[in-house]
Design a binder for this molecule. Structure first.
Ligand SMILES: Cc1ncc(COP(=O)(O)O)c(C=O)c1O
Length: 352
């Protein structure tokens, strides 16, 4: 393929569409606005004092890996760090499978991951979510015979559904290839499987500080994996300086204050229940259970109208349309109590 053909082939790929910047209520990107601004301000000020930006961030990865190791109580040799978890996912796709290989993933799944499979010339086999917004692990096991890699985001974006621990174990025991478990939202869920790689070396768990620690703008993700995978990833695959010195220091400081962040995860869970029960109480939508910091609901034919009317009031939610058999889905992030109340009241008024 010459350069022209290659560029044409690439330009036919969809590419990831980031939501447009706006100054209203951001409830479309699953950020953790429930984390007080003060937490971030303190950390950023302390990080700035520690940093001399003239120097490369030597030792940054090791520093963050040690901080994650104390946070999770997992050996630092099993932890590697990336420029957001999306960069880690991309490197795994680029190097742990080959062009033409097949990746099995649920449908829906984190759309960036699926886009990157296409970019890397990987085939995807998808197992659809059912009408109750859960995915059958038996169906995944059946489909796995054709796969070289399995990807599961659990809790799943955009359904919010977390796969049962026992089902993950079944998958890990039956599948010979690599399983990427994307736990971007695990801190809001019922459990985390970050210890699985100890027993199942074919499982890698990819996590992020973007959601749980409210640090989406600083781009710090990490992976817990078997030591052999971590070693190759850290020594060969990863760039020398994937995260900036400010992000490094901020990540270390945030992880040291995990207790404060954890208090906000409880608030998110409570607010999530309130949003689900209030939306259900309106009697106009199918509202799905969620283990993440967002809620998916099916507004049927009204979904575009609701999305537009909320946008006109400065409230951004994600318009998804068809998801797992539901025809008109919207996804709303759980924000602060007052953001959530504003959203709920705006929706109630639209139904009058
Ligand atoms: C399931 C899932 N994985 C990974 C990411 C990317 O997170 P990061 O900010 O660490 O790149 C997202 C972001 O929305 C996500 O929904």
């Amino acid at each position: 393929m010459n350069l022209q053909e290659r560029l044409e082939a690439l330009s036919r790929l969809p590419g990831y569409k980031t939501p447009p910047p706006h100054s209203g209520l951001r409830m479309d990107s699953n950020e953790n606005m429930a984390l007080p601004e003060r937490f971030q301000r303190d950390i950023m000020e302390a990080a700035r004092r520690r940093v001399d930006a003239r120097q490369y961030p030597a030792g940054a990865i090791e520093r963050v890996a040690r901080a994650v190791s104390s946070y999770l109580r997992v050996p630092a040799q099993m932890i590697t760090v990336g420029h957001g978890s999306d960069q880690i996912l991309d490197l795994l796709l680029a190097h742990l499978v080959e062009r033409g290989d097949t990746v099995l993933a649920p449908d829906p799944a984190f759309s960036l991951f699926i886009d990157r499979c296409a970019l890397h010339g990987l085939e995807t086999v998808r197992v659809p979510y059912g009408p109750d917004m859960t995915v059958s692990v038996d169906d995944m096991l059946d489909a796995s015979a054709r796969a070289d890699m399995i990807y599961i985001d659990s809790p799943n974006n955009p359904t919010g559904h977390q796969i049962r621990r026992a089902d993950l174990r079944r998958l890990a025991e039956s599948f010979g290839g690599i399983i990427i478990l994307d736990e971007a939202y695990a801190e809001f869920g019922g459990y985390s499987a970050y210890r699985m790689p100890k027993k199942y070396p074919n499982v890698v768990v990819v996590r992020t500080l973007s959601k749980s620690f409210g640090m989406a703008g600083l781009r710090v993700g990490y992976m817990v994996a078997d030591r052999a995978i971590s070693d190759v990833f850290g020594r060969v695959l990863q760039y020398p300086y994937p995260i900036s010195s400010v992000s490094t220091e901020a990540a270390v400081l945030a992880l040291e204050r995990a207790g404060e962040a954890a208090a906000t995860w409880d608030v998110v869970r409570e607010e999530r229940s309130r949003m689900i029960s209030t939306l259900r109480g309106y009697g106009a939508f199918r509202v799905f259970d969620s283990d993440a910091n967002f809620v998916l609901f099916d507004a049927g034919r009204a979904c575009r109208r609701i999305h537009k009317a909320l946008a006109e009031q400065g409230i951004a939610v994600r318009l998804l349309g068809r998801v797992g058999g539901a025809s008109g889905c919207l996804r709303v992030s759980v924000g602060t109590k007052s953001m959530n109340s504003r959203f709920l009241l705006a929706v109630r008024d639209l139904l009058k």
